[in-house]
Design a protein around this ligand. Structure first.
Ligand code: CA
Length: 366
C-alpha cells in the first residue's frame, strides 16, 4: 500500500515537473523578456500639483504601482496645467497623448452626460453604497462601456465622503432664499440650484475665494472642512451649511488609455487595478479621519456659524434633483442605462440599509 502511494506520488510529481518543464521550455523566453520591460507612463490630473488628498492620491497611486511592480511600471504624475490644463485630462488620455489620468467623471459631462452618474448624484449614494454599486452592482461595467467609446478604461480611485453644503452670507431658511443666489456649484447640483431659481456658476478652485470675497458670487461649495479651511472661505462667508446634498460621496476616478492598457502584461494590469482599489480606500479614510479636526478649527478658532439646511429645503431640492436626473437620462441612451441601474441598485441597497446602516446610525449615539 505504502509503495503504491509512493509510486503514485512519484508519478504525479513527475508529470507535474514534466508539465512545468514543458511550460518553461516553450514560453519562458517571451515571458521573461516581457517581465524585464519597463513601462513609463505619464498621468495627468485635474488637481493642482500634490493637492492634499486628491493630488496626493494620484502621487500615491504612482508610488504604489512602482513598488508593487518592482519598478517595471513607472508613472510620472503631472498636476493640472503642468502638461495639459485640468479640464484637458480626458482628451489627453483618450487621444493617447498620455497613458493615464486622475480626476472626477462629472468634469466630462460635455463628452457624455452619462459620466455624471459615476461621480456625484445629488441625493445619491454615500461612499459605501457607491462602492457597492460600482464594484458589485454593475455600475463599473456601465462606466467602462461609456468610456470605451473614448478609448478609455475607468477605475474607481478615491472618494471624498459626504461633502459640506457650502458657504453662504445669508441664512437659507426657505427655498426662496436660493432664488437669484449666485453660487459656485458644479455638475448636477448646479442644475438643481438653477431649477430652484438660483444661478449656478463655475469657478475654478483657485479663484473661488477672490470671487466670494469680492461679491462676484454670493455663495460657494468646495469640498469639506479640511479643504475649505485651507482655502480660507471663513474669511469671506459667515454661514457654513450641511449636508452636501449635491455630493454625498463623490467618486474620484483614474482612467487609462485603452491601447496603453492592452499593451500591459497581465500582472501589471492586476497591479494597476490593485493600486486603484488602494487609492479609493486611502483617500476616503483620509477625508473621514481629517475633516472633523478642521471643522473644530473653523468653529472654535474662526467662529464660523454652522447651519443645517432645513428639511423642507432639502425635500424641495430632492424633488428638483429627480427632475434633473430624469432629464439627463432622457438626453442619451447611456445616461438612461446608467440611471436605471443606479435607481434599481438604490432600491435594493436602501431596503438593506433600513435594517443595517440606519438603525446603526441611530444606535451609535445612544
Ligand atoms: Ca464639491
Amino acid at each position: 500500500m505504502a509503495d503504491e502511494k509512493r509510486r503514485d506520488f512519484i508519478k504525479k510529481v513527475g508529470i507535474g515537473a514534466a508539465a512545468v518543464g514543458a511550460g518553461l521550455a516553450t514560453s519562458s523566453v517571451p515571458a521573461m523578456a516581457k517581465k524585464e520591460k519597463t513601462y513609463r507612463w505619464k498621468m495627468v490630473t485635474t488637481w493642482p500639483p500634490h493637492f492634499p488628498m486628491l493630488g496626493e492620491g494620484a502621487d500615491n497611486f504612482a508610488k504604489w504601482v512602482k513598488e508593487m511592480s518592482g519598478g517595471r511600471l513607472e508613472i510620472s504624475v503631472y498636476g493640472g496645467g503642468e502638461l495639459v490644463p485640468p479640464l484637458g485630462v480626458f482628451d489627453a488620455v483618450s487621444q493617447g497623448t498620455v497613458e493615464m489620468g486622475h480626476g472626477a467623471a462629472y468634469y466630462w459631462a460635455g463628452k457624455s452626460p452619462a459620466t455624471q452618474f459615476f461621480a456625484a448624484v445629488p441625493f445619491g449614494f454615500n461612499a459605501q453604497s457607491l462602492n457597492a454599486w460600482l464594484y458589485s452592482g454593475g455600475g463599473l461595467q456601465i462606466w467602462e462601456e461609456v468610456y470605451a467609446k473614448f478609448n478609455l478604461k475607468p477605475f474607481v480611485a478615491g472618494n471624498t465622503g459626504v461633502q459640506m453644503g457650502g458657504w453662504f452670507n445669508k441664512e437659507i431658511n426657505t427655498v426662496d432664499d436660493l432664488k437669484g443666489l449666485k453660487m459656485r456649484i458644479p455638475g448636477l447640483g448646479g442644475k438643481v440650484l438653477a431649477k430652484a431659481g438660483g444661478n449656478a456658476v463655475l469657478v475654478a478652485g483657485g479663484e473661488i475665494y477672490t470671487n466670494l470675497d469680492r461679491g462676484v458670487i454670493d455663495a460657494t461649495e468646495w469640498v469639506g472642512p479640511f479643504h475649505d479651511l485651507k482655502l480660507g472661505f471663513y474669511k469671506a462667508a459667515k454661514y457654513y451649511y450641511y449636508p452636501g446634498w449635491h455630493e454625498c460621496g463623490t467618486c474620484i476616478e483614474a482612467m487609462v488609455n485603452l491601447n496603453a492598457w492592452n499593451s500591459l502584461p497581465d500582472d501589471l494590469k492586476a497591479i494597476v487595478e490593485a493600486a486603484a482599489y488602494k487609492c479609493n480606500m486611502w483617500m476616503l479614510s483620509e477625508f473621514e479621519a481629517k475633516n472633523n479636526a478642521a471643522l473644530n478649527e473653523l468653529i472654535n478658532k474662526h467662529k464660523v456659524e454652522l447651519r443645517q439646511f432645513p428639511e423642507p429645503v432639502l425635500k424641495k431640492l430632492k424633488e428638483l434633483a429627480k427632475e434633473v436626473l430624469e432629464e439627463v437620462a432622457d438626453s442619451d441612451p447611456m445616461s438612461r442605462k446608467a440611471y436605471d441601474s443606479f435607481l434599481q441598485f438604490q432600491e435594493t441597497i436602501y431596503d438593506w440599509n433600513k435594517l443595517s446602516e440606519e438603525p446603526y446610525q441611530r444606535m451609535k449615539y445612544l
